[in-house]
Design a binder for this molecule. Structure first.
Ligand SMILES: Nc1ncnc2c1ncn2[C@@H]1O[C@H](COP(=O)(O)OP(=O)(O)OP(=O)(O)O)[C@@H](O)[C@H]1O
Length: 541
């Protein structure tokens, strides 16, 4: 009897998942959270049912011995033949398979009532792990480095404590009070990510207070942005480093009184391309010239600095130590003072053991959503687009991001796919702002099935429905692989990553596989299905 009721609950849970796209997916996520707690509770009662037993845990494919059958779990069903495994895909929408929601509620995080109302209105019912760890730490006034895997909700992890301190939802602004200068600045490496963050802030602020946030991204009309700054006096600005630095130099951006500075995708922002602009931002935001007792420049910034990324190399830790005051490291559900992190700490090797690269690789492992499956296949250069097309059909993927390294080749791929009747579009930096946002909109609403793009889309892009990422060309390293891969499997959903490489590149794939500590299954596309074979045989053939 108990078994029947447990499986009935499990079916209800699955039905909720299948209806995921039709109803609000956020309320489904909350439902999932509640029901997974219920299932855990049931498990404790009869001692037999666990999330893992329901295949809701980490579904990473595991490799068995060379001659033995390889086992794939989750949405892939195996059907053995003599020397190869046939993998038949079940038709299901992207499901949440990996629990990443916290045991705490938003109420327990110390957020003001109006912000809680906003969260409820927007359908955010339960915080994710990283949110429940980061929010109280930042509200307490800590500077923070937030590191958690792609799609785990890092944006709200820093937005919620900011909105609980400044602006209309904080409950701290007195009516009729003259609005001060900008109080929070959020910097992101691309226009798309900047705009995405603006939309997240606008959603929480609601229609009456949308003007409290202003975007300062490149590619848009600068004069108009400057006018909006003057007219609306926003409390929060979100922008790209170049445009922020440009307006700051013109004297039209008053950020000396800024209380929060966020660098989202901080490891990218520390790269050579952005160095000068970021330096200016760090030097000006939240620092009042002449604030010292003798009129000298204030030594310590009067702001909270929050650095965020799925990949945190040692250079970020060094930067955090020099820019911040007693910073903490927030990882998933854990908060550690940055200074106390030991070189040999198993969770994250922040202090390089043999080389700085080690520290980077350690964090890369934690940057990947646990529910992702990783495959690779071999193709001659001239047949890669065909491999992509067959891969999309075999997995019946509905929302696909295909990555290449150079924007010039994207058009060619788009032509070839279109010629075969597949709806696709290219997205790269050479397109104008309008062109880029139109393509993204079409991809998000399902008009475009395959988005062919370059590194521009590897970071931050949040399309919940994306169920497949294909590397048509190899990423430069494991960190880039992780960010590309993270465009699928968002917020604990299922996702598949297929890397199409040439035979001479297999050793690079193997190296990334080793660095990431994850199995990449060798696969082929046969009779409209994804087939996993033993790679040694395939390569020798
Ligand atoms: N508590 C929550 N409940 C439901 N949905 C959430 C919650 N928190 C965030 N989300 C949604 O999850 C998605 C992923 O969040 P977000 O983009 O912040 O992830 P991320 O960790 O910053 O990823 P990346 O590293 O790729 O930038 C977004 O669509 C966001 O609105």
């Amino acid at each position: 009897m108990a078994a029947v009721s447990v499986s009935t609950r499990f079916l209800v849970l699955l039905q909720d998942f299948s209806a995921f796209r039709k109803i609000s997916w956020r309320s489904a996520a909350a439902n999932y959270h509640r029901q997974s707690r219920l299932l855990c509770h049931v498990a404790k009662e009869d001692g037999s049912l666990t999330l893992a037993s329901l295949e809701l845990g980490n579904n990473s494919p595991r490799r068995s011995g060379k001659s033995k059958a390889m086992k794939l779990e989750g949405s892939f069903v195996r059907a053995a033949t003599n020397d190869r495994m046939k993998v038949v895909k079940e038709k299901k929408p992207a499901e949440i398979v990996s629990p990443l929601f916290s045991a705490k509620s938003f109420e327990e995080l110390g957020l003001p009532d109006s912000l809680l109302d906003s969260l409820e209105r927007e359908g955010f019912s339960v915080p994710t792990d990283v949110q429940s760890a980061a929010v109280p730490a930042i509200i307490k006034g800590h500077d923070a480095v937030i590191q958690s895997y792609t799609g785990s909700g890092k944006t709200l992890a820093y937005l919620l404590p900011i909105l609980s301190e400044i602006g209309p939802l904080s409950g701290k602004a007195k009516s009729g009070e003259k609005r001060a200068e900008i109080q929070a600045m959020i910097v992101a490496p691309s226009r798309e990510l900047g705009m995405q963050i603006v939309r997240e802030v606008e959603k929480l602020l609601g229609p009456d207070h949308r003007r409290m946030v202003q975007q300062l991204v490149g590619g848009a009309n600068r004069m108009r942005q400057e006018e909006a700054l003057k007219k609306n006096k926003p409390a929060i600005v979100v922008g790209t480093p170049g445009r922020i630095a440009e307006i700051s130099k013109s004297g039209r951006l008053h950020t000396h009184g800024c209380r929060f500075l966020v660098l989202d995708e901080v490891d990218e922002l520390l790269s050579f391309n952005f160095r000068e602009d970021i330096h200016r931002i760090i030097e000006h935001v939240g620092r009042r010239a002449g604030a010292g007792p003798k009129g000298e420049v204030d030594e310590r910034a009067n702001r909270q600095t929050i650095l965020v990324s799925a990949t945190v190399p040692f250079s970020v830790i060094r930067a955090a130590k020099s820019w911040s005051h007693e910073p903490v490291l927030v990882q998933a559900n854990k908060v550690t003072p940055l200074d106390t992190v030991q070189p040999t700490a198993p969770a994250i090797s922040l202090t390089p053991t043999t080389s700085e690269a080690d520290g980077q690789i350690q964090t890369t492992i934690q940057s990947l959503p646990p529910a992702l499956k990783h495959f690779y296949c071999i193709s001659k250069h001239q047949h890669k687009v065909d491999a992509l097309r067959r891969c999309v059909h075999a997995l019946e993927a509905q929302s696909v991001i295909a990555f290449m390294n150079h924007s010039k080749q994207l058009k060619d791929v788009v032509y070839k796919l279109e010629a075969r009747g597949m709806s696709c579009a290219e997205l790269h930096g050479d397109l104008g702002k309008l062109g880029r946002s139109t393509v993204l909109k079409k991809f998000k609403n399902g008009e475009v099935r395959v988005l062919v793009t370059n590194e521009l889309s590897a970071r931050g892009l949040d399309v919940a429905e994306c169920d497949l990422v294909v590397n048509l060309e190899l990423p430069t390293d494991a960190v880039h692989y992780a960010h590309r891969a993270g465009r699928t499997g968002r917020l604990g959903r299922k996702g598949t990553v297929v890397t199409v490489c040439e035979e001479s590149q297999v050793f690079i794939v193997k190296k990334m596989e080793k660095q990431l500590g994850l199995p990449f299954e060798y696969c082929e596309f046969v009779d409209g299905e994804l087939v996993v074979t033993e790679e040694d045989k395939a390569i020798i053939r």
